[in-house]
Design a protein around this ligand. Structure first.
Ligand code: C2E
Ligand code: MG
Ligand code: MG
Ligand code: MG
Length: 284
């Protein structure tokens, strides 16, 4: 295409490329503004005990309420935020907001639950993460045991030695650590014993066809056995049907998360959900 325009007249950007570049630039500008304009919000999805159905905690999931585009899911802006160095301030906002919200719920007399926050690779590598998290917990006034951090396998596998030290410092404070999307990253299992971990989160992709696909069932069964023999808890993500839940119960999975019980909910909706769940638990 560029060649046809003749020597000395190279066109490096096609109109399509120009459009994509300016769309990206617009997104970048909007994202930089979003923190100041308070356009981010956290939604919360319950983590549930498989056997009793009791709510044990919740995962904070980031949303961007864009003035024109509406609610934007994290997959559409977190990669860009990482690229342009905005994940630091956004991640700090997420951590503080989730901890403050959890403290507020406890002060309102709701049961003491653990809130889980996702950490990106960039955040995990930031200087003084353990000290930063400790500072947030202290400022907010939340027990370390009421915070859980979710990191993926690739995050801890990249420079495993340094990661082990970071996890050790977080663990020493009483913070829970989960490996998110377990089974989709590095398949080396040796890291499991060198890291201070509490829970493996089985990726949704293995859960989806668990009751019909023998291979997925075998993988999930193995992960649960592995977790338990290492004295780790295990939670399944993306549980949408009662068949999946029954299957997980038969495999002795500890906890689950998924649309079957609840989608991620806005703050008022999660509060209503919690009060409802407590009422139901009290009635049993
Ligand atoms: P994740 O941590 O593995 O979160 C689980 C994702 O699965 C969430 O998508 C959740 O809404 C979705 N999900 C939960 N239950 C079901 C279900 O039953 N069926 C289906 N189909 N999906 C279900 P979401 O909220 O779009 O988040 C996507 C990813 O973005 C997260 O994956 C996490 O890696 C990342 N993320 C979310 N919030 C944050 C954040 O505050 N910081 C960072 N660094 N990453 C975040
Ligand atoms: Mg997660
Ligand atoms: Mg996950
Ligand atoms: Mg996932």
């Amino acid at each position: 295409h560029a060649k046809r325009m003749g020597r000395g007249n190279y066109q490096f950007f096609t109109p399509e490329m120009n459009a994509a570049a300016s769309a990206r630039l617009a997104l970048e500008k909007a994202l930089r503004r979003a923190l100041d304009q308070r356009e981010f919000e956290l939604h919360y999805q319950p983590k549930v005990d498989v056997k009793s159905g009791q709510v044990l905690g919740m995962e904070a999931l980031l949303r961007w309420r864009h003035p024109e585009r509406g609610l934007v899911p994290p997959a559409e802006f977190i990669p860009l935020a990482e690229e342009i160095g905005l994940i630091g301030p956004i991640g700090a906002w997420v951590l503080e907001t989730a901890c403050r919200q959890n403290r507020d719920w406890q002060q309102q007399g709701l049961p003491k639950l653990r809130v889980a926050v996702n950490l990106s690779a960039v955040q995990f590598r930031q200087q003084n993460l353990p000290e930063f998290v400790a500072g947030v917990l202290k400022d907010v006034g939340l027990d370390a045991s009421c915070l859980e951090l979710e990191v993926t396998e690739s995050v801890v596998m990249h420079n495993a030695k340094e990661a082990a030290q970071i996890l050790e410092k977080l663990h020493a404070q009483g913070i829970h650590i989960s490996i998110d999307d377990f089974g989709t990253g590095y398949s080396s299992l040796s890291y499991l014993k060198q890291f201070r971990l509490d829970t493996l989160k089985i990726d949704r992709s293995f859960v989806r066809d668990i009751s019909s696909d023998a291979d997925d069932a075998a993988i999930v069964r193995s992960v649960i056995a592995l977790a338990h023999s290492l004295r780790l808890g295990v939670i399944a993500e993306g549980v949408e049907t009662s068949e999946q839940l029954a299957f997980l119960e038969s495999l002795d999975c500890d906890e689950y998360q998924g649309y079957l019980r609840s989608k991620p909910l806005s703050v008022p909706d999660f509060e209503a959900f919690l009060r409802d769940a407590i009422g139901a638990e009290a009635a049993v």
